[in-house]
Write a protein that binds this ligand. Structure first.
Ligand code: AKB
Length: 320
């Protein structure tokens, strides 16, 4: 079999930074082409500056490197998306249509499209939200993800494009910062704790949301992409669960390590977004189809975050 060559859009983002490294380890540095609007200063490997709204620019990279797989991570997230709704729709959809069409025209083997718990909104069971629930999101970001899921299924059924997707919970990791999401508090809170500062949370203390640790989400993404084609029964996007907690529970977990750490609450517009999302997720399709199982619960994640952020902050050459 020929060696796969992978293009990642949005490679400098929270997930892209970590996924790129993992894919470099698996496929070799020369077979992974990272792209984004800006280059992360710590990046090592092949990088192309790319505005994914530019069809020709993506096509040029795909031809230049003979790309066979695309991970399309570039998108504007839920909270930032609400500031400029039409712009968010344009960017999220245009970049995705470009990737779909280029994948079809270039016979790309496999595409990854990240969806989100933001696809859920009104009229759902918010506990253990089922795979096939109502999809009436409250944000433009969520609308773009629901539409993207349906286009993925359409390209699979009409053109045979092997596109796979996960509905990501809020992602927590020490390696990179999230940008403009509603679940970002769960990373910000750790950075304050490590610095021995108090944290003011933009969600109220009892806002339970589905979350996942970076190690688990990267593993899930690669496991899904490496699963045999016949195993994939969901061609919109898979529900995926890691853990669920609210800010008060996360604070307690951090206080086991930093007993003096204090959090105050000052909910802003993101509260309404969080209130429209599930509290926990039923991911039985992912478990059955490609054997998904998370490894990190809230305490294991908290210990690992604190351990790694301490190392990161003690190294003067790095910042968070
Ligand atoms: C966000 O908060 O927008 C993202 C997400 C859950 O998709 N982290």
């Amino acid at each position: 079999m020929n060696q796969d060559r992978i293009l990642i859009t949005g490679a400098s983002g929270q997930l892209g930074t970590v996924l790129t490294k993992k894919l470099q380890e698996k496929y070799g540095v020369i077979n992974v082409i990272a792209s984004d609007l800006r280059l992360d200063s710590n990046f090592k490997g092949i990088f192309e500056t790319l505005d994914a709204t530019d069809f020709d620019a993506i096509q040029e990279i795909v031809s230049k490197y003979k790309i066979t797989q695309i991970y399309h991570l570039a998108a504007i997230l839920s909270a930032n998306g609400e500031k400029y709704p039409l712009n968010t729709w344009d960017i999220n959809m245009k970049t995705f249509f470009n990737v779909l069409e280029i994948s079809r025209l270039n016979a790309i083997n496999r595409v990854f499209f990240p969806s989100s718990i933001a696809v859920f909104g009104d009229n759902i069971d918010r506990i253990d939200t089922a795979q096939y629930s109502n999809l009436t999101p409250s944000t433009v970001y969520g609308m773009s993800k629901v539409t993207g899921e349906n286009w993925s299924k359409y390209y699979f059924e009409k053109y045979g494009l092997d596109i796979r997707s996960i509905r990501y919970p809020g992602v927590i990791g020490y390696q990179s910062l999230p940008g403009g999401g509603t679940t970002d508090y769960a990373v910000d809170i750790f950075i304050k704790a490590i610095k021995n500062e108090n944290y003011e949370c933009f969600l109220n203390s009892s806002t339970t949301l589905p979350m996942i640790y970076m190690d688990d989400v990267i593993r899930a993404t690669i496991e899904l992409m490496e699963a045999p084609k016949e195993a994939i029964t969901v061609r919109t996007s898979y529900n995926l669960a890691g853990m669920s907690f609210d800010p008060a529970q996360l604070t307690k977990a951090i206080q086991k390590i930093y007993p003096d750490f204090k959090v105050s609450y000052n909910p802003d517009f993101r509260q309404k977004i969080a209130d429209s999302w599930p509290m926990s997720i039923d991911d039985s399709y992912a478990r059955k189809d490609w054997n998904w199982k998370p490894k990190f619960d809230i305490d294991a994640m908290t210990r690992d975050m604190v351990k790694n952020l301490k190392i990161k902050f003690s190294d003067k050459s790095m910042s968070c």
